[in-house]
Ligand binder design. Sequence first.
Ligand code: MN3
Length: 209
Amino acid sequence: MAFKLPALPYNYDALEPYIDVATMWIHHNKHHGGYVAKLNAALQKHPELESWDLVDLLRKLHEIPEDIRTAVRNNGGGHFNHSLFWRVMSPNGGGEPGGELRKAIEKHFGSFRAFKDLFTEVALGRFGSGWAWLVIKDGKLLVGSTANQDNPLMPEDISGFTGIPILGLDVWEHAYYLRYQNRRGDYVRNWWNVVNWGEVELFYLKALQ
Ligand code: MN3
């Protein structure tokens, strides 16, 4: 069973002006599409992994045959990360979270503002390509980052930061260079305008189960 590139839950121009249509099209079709194709190509070499879902592949990277482990790490990570990323954004996004998620953010970070400042700092502090994350670990909300296409579901000795991701921000240059060039700070500040807090709260509630 091959993995498939999921459709975007909105049009390519829907996140304008914060994320431009050209970036969204290339990012979804070429970058994410490429991760899916390369993941499937790697898995074809090991049909015994056919029954593993994406989360299994990432969580049990150490059990993946060595000849495809790096390919699964990079492309399986890329597939998971981008699938989450598209869903936690919306043209109707922005503002602030409510409900249970807001309560949890205030409990673990003091205030929504303090959380936003910390997440922004971590996103700007990730050297080179990678992701900033909000995760749940042992019932606590944590902010951290990973390099390249690593993610918090992977073993700690691989990703360096673990938990169940409920919000992720792509800080690879391919996510912002066309509109923002080198100005990652402008990209991150504008990105808050498209965060789909309703969806993040659904991921939060699911992760608690
Ligand atoms: Mn990307």
